[in-house]
Design a protein around this ligand. Structure first.
Ligand code: AMP
Ligand code: MG
Length: 486
């Protein structure tokens, strides 16, 4: 089924624990992502769905697999834990996709590992569906993210706050190396481990750095820039990751770990959904600052290998941290310029965006609908935009400023609204729709899950049959809290 080539398993023993998935009672395929499977060169004989389910749940370990749990550490909400590791995820192996990119195939919820601590090694159906929905939505929005290859029901119960149905999520990632993977070795003073890991990720994710003057300093900068770019993209679609611990930040620059994540409905820059984020550490607008904080933790790991002279290494790392801030600012303004339909750059653009955001915050306007409505306004139809504001006077004033700025654009108005619709989605995975899909699935009805996924496949199109996915929740439908569900 898979054409495995397992590079991580060839790293030194202390990088992982070899462990087989623990078979489950009654695996049943919930959904298989055939399009992604094709890109990964995976052949699944769908005339035998039981066999496919058995493989994707871990009951049958396919030929060529080298199942393992990766070791990592991490800062969780600012507190360092020197050993986390895959406690309920097992890397089956790696495949090379149709673009020549190496991708991990991982089973999440496949049973206990040496890193499980007191956890059961399992995943509940709800969080599995949530990860499936949001990671595929991110990909359709064009934002780097791990992908969903499949979801399989296990036929077993898992015990969380309540009894839930068990499931396995089959995750595809450019790799599962995290900031926390470096921290694992740094915490042990294992500089050889740091070097081996850095060499591995350079070869896998940043081969162009192999010839850099100082590849490890260059690696730090490259990872920092990918994260800065990623977080700017998140802010552009109103995404709140919710649990940006260093073990949930990839080295590849993909969004990973869709636990308590959520998209904004009404805009507020300090919005938090996650029930465990009481101090608002991972609030919407804190994400770039936290990204930089996490990169600082990566920098601490790399300092010993960047330069034997510590002061020189520290200077190099500090340069990168400063550059992170600048890179983020530049990416953020470019994301929002595009959302406003601006192709050129002018000095006041940042203030123009901020001003809109504060009018939105004041009015508790829907983030997605405001920008989508602005594309109509680019065609002279202001109603949809203005309708997002209970008192439209501030928004109308802002429109006047925006139009003054548009008048400076060299190319004129041609193509503007279409370009705006290509970056301002109409359909996002709104929390109440995810909740609806999960609740129905818990009763055996997967039709909401399927339909939501279909709506999210083309987020930039307004398809009438999916009009109900474009509207914000009613007061009764509002979801104010999201949960990790681990
Ligand atoms: P997460 O909150 O998913 O980022 O996980 C944080 C850490 O807890 C990781 O080391 C996970 O492997 C571990 N973990 C989470 N849920 C479980 C579980 N049900 N069983 C074992 N380990 C878990
Ligand atoms: Mg995690």
């Amino acid at each position: 089924m898979f054409h495995f080539d397992n590079s991580y398993a060839r790293l030194p023993d202390r990088f992982y624990a070899s462990v087989y998935p623990e078979p489950v009672e009654g695996p049943k395929l919930i959904r298989f992502n055939a399009t992604l499977a094709r890109q990964l060169g995976i052949e699944a004989d769908m005339s035998d769905p039981d066999r496919v389910a058995a493989t994707l749940s871990g009951n049958v370990v396919p030929q060529g697999a080298a199942p393992l749990a990766m070791a990592y550490a991490g800062h969780q909400f600012g507190n360092f834990v020197s050993q986390l590791g895959d406690g309920r995820a097992i890397l089956l192996g790696e495949v090379i996709d149709d673009h020549g990119i190496r991708r991990d195939i991982q089973l999440k919820g496949a049973g206990p590992t040496p890193f499980s601590r007191r956890g059961d090694g399992r995943a509940a159906l709800g969080p599995v569906l949530r990860e499936y929905i949001v990671s595929e939505a991110m990909a359709a929005l064009g934002i780097p993210a791990t992908r969903a290859l499949a979801a399989v029901a296990t036929g077993e119960q898992v015990f969380r706050e309540t009894v839930e149905q068990g499931a396995v999520f089959v995750r595809v990632a450019a790799s599962h190396v995290r900031v926390g993977t470096f921290q694992f070795f740094a915490a042990r003073g294992d500089n050889d481990g740091i070097r081996a890991l850095a060499d591995y990720v350079i070869e896998r994710h940043y081969p162009e750095l192999e010839t850099a003057e100082n590849p490890y300093a260059a690696l730090l900068e490259a990872v920092a820039f990918r994260q800065a770019d990623l977080i700017a993209r998140w802010l552009g679609v109103g995404f709140i990751h919710g649990v940006m611990n260093t073990d949930n930040m990839t080295i590849s620059g993909e969004t990973i770990d869709f636990g308590p994540c959520a998209f904004l409905d009404e805009y507020h820059q300090m919005k938090v959904f996650s029930s465990i984020d009481q101090g608002g550490r991972y609030a919407y607008r804190n994400q770039p600052g936290i990204g930089q904080w996490n990169i600082a933790r990566l920098a601490e790991c790399l300092v010993p290998v960047i330069d034997p002279a510590q002061d020189r290494a520290v200077d190099a790392a500090n340069e990168v941290l400063k550059a992170f801030g600048e890179r983020f600012q530049a990416q953020w303004i470019s994301v929002f310029r595009a959302k406003l339909g601006l192709k050129t750059q002018a000095d006041g653009d940042g203030e123009l965006v901020q001003r809109l955001l504060s009018v939105m915050q004041e009015a508790e306007a829907d983030f997605t609908l405001v920008f989508r409505g602005l594309a109509d306004a680019a065609e002279g139809r202001d109603e949809r935009f203005l309708a997002q504001f209970a008192d439209p006077s501030g928004a109308a004033e802002w429109l006047a400023l925006w139009r003054e700025r548009l008048a400076e654009e060299a190319d004129g108005d041609a193509g503007r609204s279409a370009a705006m619709r290509a970056v301002n989605p109409a359909v996002i995975p709104r929390n109440h729709r995810i909740q609806e899909a999960i609740s129905a699935a818990n009763y055996g009805d997967f039709s909401f899950f399927e339909r939501l996924l279909e709506a999210l496949e083309k987020p930039f199109e307004e398809r009438p049959q999916f009009a109900d996915y474009m509207t914000p929740p009613t007061p009764e439908e509002r979801v104010t809290r999201t949960f990790c569900g681990t």
